[in-house]
Write a protein of this length. Sequence first.
Length: 279
Amino acid sequence: MSSILDAIYDQYEKSKQSKNSSQFKMSQEERMKKYFTAILPENQRSAQKRIRILPTKDGKSPFVEAWFHEILQDGKYVKLYDPGKNDNERSPLNEVYNDLISTGKQSDKELANEYKSRKFYVVKVIDRDHPEDGVKFWRFKHNYKGEGPYDKIIPIFKAKGDITDPDKGRDLIIELAKAKTSKNKDYTYIQTIMFDDPSPLSDNKETSDSWITDELTWKDVYSRKPEEYLDAISRGEKPRWDSEQNKFVYGDTSEDTVVGGAKYPDPQSDSYADDDMPF
């Protein structure tokens, strides 16, 4: 009986936490280490990255579906967490989308596309180049043409079985290259995703177990902006975090996030919101 009560009390305590806060508090520097990005630096034309997809504790798919808006700000697309499709809560940007679609006008339909949230996959991985960072999260867009990372990885599962197995799973080798958009702007694309020979997740069982049991989730890492922030975006304003005032302010500002007096570029704004992109 006591174990049941403990579970109930634990659930109650968790329910009292603010929906906009994470149970994991981390600095911006620590947070940056939790992103895995398949993106090449400006001066690099090709590279290879290696990851291991971690097994799930409940036996579910490691590919979590998540929804983000991609909003153009200061010439870059910023990905914004969609509280509507992710959590069934109010979403100001979805409201704008639905209002525009409801008019039936072609011009409004085209404008609505800018507010539509997109499906992404988020997978928990170990970055083999930086295993000291522990678990990371790789987010990539669903590709309606069937040419995205998800579409490249699933055939490996079909051919080789459970590549997340901690004892005999396989690392994935991601080949990256550069191409140009129709506007002659460079972007990174994934040429191929290959698999390595079977190997343990780690030679050290303690390390392997700590990675598998790590409680960090993608929602702890990918920031969720408050409702008033999304309201401001829906009105065409440009919010930014002011560390001195400890709140979001609005106006003609850069999209850099101000943290403790230093500026960190948003790691979520590295890729272009273009359905023709192969990622």
